[in-house]
Design a protein around this ligand. Structure first.
Ligand SMILES: N[C@@H](CCC(=O)N[C@@H](CS)C(=O)NCC(=O)O)C(=O)O
Length: 77
């Protein structure tokens, strides 16, 4: 599987929900934490707002906010 990037924030329950689901399914991410202002700016440039979790699947040119949508997407890949 190609690299999946997940923008997260420490202590974010919605991020944790996605991370727990991914662990169950054996899916791995490159994690980017928006505690780093440069990463937060990168997220805003990509998606338009500062909200995590945010998934990037570069191979399939898919990017999305919303933990429930991310989990539904991960079920299909
Ligand atoms: N409905 C969204 C809620 C996401 C959400 O509320 N994320 C918070 C952190 S838990 C956030 O990004 N807040 C902006 C910030 O922390 O800068 C989801 O399920 O993904």
């Amino acid at each position: 599987m190609d690299t999946l990037i997940l923008y997260v924030k420490t202590g974010c329950p919605w991020c944790q929900k996605v991370l727990d689901f991914a662990t169950e399914k054996g899916i791995q991410f490159e994690l980017r934490n928006i505690a780093d202002p440069a990463v937060a700016q990168e997220l805003i440039n990509r998606g338009g707002k500062r909200q995590v979790p945010y998934l990037v699947d570069e191979k399939n040119a898919i990017e999305m906010y919303e933990s429930a949508d991310i989990i539904e997407y991960l079920k299909k890949i």
